[in-house]
Design a binder for this molecule. Structure first.
Ligand SMILES: [Zn+2]
Ligand SMILES: [Zn+2]
Length: 70
């Protein structure tokens, strides 16, 4: 697979959208890996601080409503 931006061989894949990117064009963003509730019932998130991001797909911080699916 080649980099989405420059067509050279890619080093990884964006965790948000699956585009392949090379080291030169890769960006880093926090990524929520999992959500769970602790023993007190408080919501907790496991977050990786430097997940691979393609720089294009603009992941949103909040869940997006999708009324077209209902
Ligand atoms: Zn590239
Ligand atoms: Zn992406």
């Amino acid at each position: 697979m080649n980099c989405w931006h420059c067509e050279r061989p890619a080093h990884g894949v964006c965790v948000f959208c699956g585009r392949a990117v090379c080291k030169e064009h890769a960006r880093e963003l926090p990524h929520i890996v999992a959500l769970y509730q602790n023993q007190k019932g408080e919501p907790k998130a496991i977050v990786t601080a430097r997940a691979l991001f393609c720089g294009l797909c603009e992941p949103r911080g909040d869940p997006v409503e999708m009324p077209e699916l209902t």
